[in-house]
Design a protein around this ligand. Structure first.
Ligand SMILES: Cc1cc2nc3c(=O)[nH]c(=O)nc-3n(C[C@H](O)[C@H](O)[C@H](O)COP(=O)(O)O)c2cc1C
Length: 241
């Protein structure tokens, strides 16, 4: 074990923060860590928008489905796939390929995770906010994003004012496949994991939430997942071909 590995394994999302601000030097370090991430083909197609104005924060909190910590966290960043920069450098750039959308999402996630881990290693905590995709057009308008720029997710950072239990993950035996994909799900191992997650939720909710992981994903996958996203990204010039 070393400090890096301990930091990674101690992760839990933080949704309640103290009023302490993040020192400028620390913030610069965290953002340098984000920018240091690997980038597909050196394309560097990610922008990060730091939102400080309180009224904008409150609007974003509402647009994200009423997530108060978007307004109250010391810092809030919006990670965007961004080919506008490239369009300015090379106006004839061939854009709109689905591959480029994937690259934007992958690179943004790598940058964000670098930022979150760096922050966690410094005693900060945070949570990603996919909720901003509930209203992607409004978020895009609020933050004045041009064509070829789309908001992917947010990240709240601040000093933790809670220490939630670690949320159990699927065991390696269900996630790691040897040599080739193993299509058969081991039901016994899944059952054990379901019991673990049910126990976690019961503990965390004082018995009010009694749900296994299988039940949770059944509910989650029984409804539409932001079907407006396809038109939104097309209109922004992404995944048109
Ligand atoms: C891309 C992404 C978007 C997320 N969006 C939200 C969100 O909008 N609101 C929220 O409270 N948590 C959000 N989360 C946090 C997840 O709910 C959380 O990571 C997951 O439940 C596992 O819990 P843990 O991070 O505490 O281990 C998001 C996580 C990811 C990776």
């Amino acid at each position: 074990m070393n400090h890096t590995i301990e930091t990674i394994l101690e992760h839990r999302s933080i949704r309640k923060f103290t009023h302490q601000t993040i020192d400028d030097a620390l913030l610069t370090t965290i953002l340098n860590c984000a920018i240091a991430a690997s980038t597909s083909s050196f394309i560097q197609c990610v922008s990060i928008i730091r939102v400080c104005q309180q009224d904008r924060r409150e609007t974003l909190a509402q647009l994200a489905g009423g997530q108060a910590y978007v307004a109250s966290a010391a810092e809030f960043f919006v990670f965007c796939a961004d080919f506008n920069r490239h369009k300015q450098i090379h106006p004839e750039a061939q854009l709109g390929f689905t591959e480029q959308t994937l690259i934007g999402a992958i690179d943004a996630a790598l940058m964000a995770q670098n930022a979150l881990l760096a922050a966690e290693s410094l005693g900060l905590g945070g949570v990603y906010i996919g909720g901003i995709r509930n209203n992607p057009q409004a978020v895009s308008d609020l933050l004045e994003m041009p064509s070829h720029v789309i908001p992917l997710f947010g990240l709240c950072l601040g000093y933790p004012d809670q220490h939630p239990e670690k949320k159990p993950r699927l065991p390696q035996s269900l996630v790691i496949h040897q040599e080739a994909y193993q299509p058969e799900l081991d039901k016994q191992i899944l059952n054990d994991y379901d019991n673990q997650t049910r126990h976690y939720y019961r503990n965390r909710s004082n018995g009010n939430k009694d749900m296994s992981w299988s039940e949770q994903i059944t509910t989650a996958l029984n409804k539409e997942a932001r079907p407006f996203m396809k038109d939104f990204i097309h209109n922004k010039g992404f995944s048109t071909r």
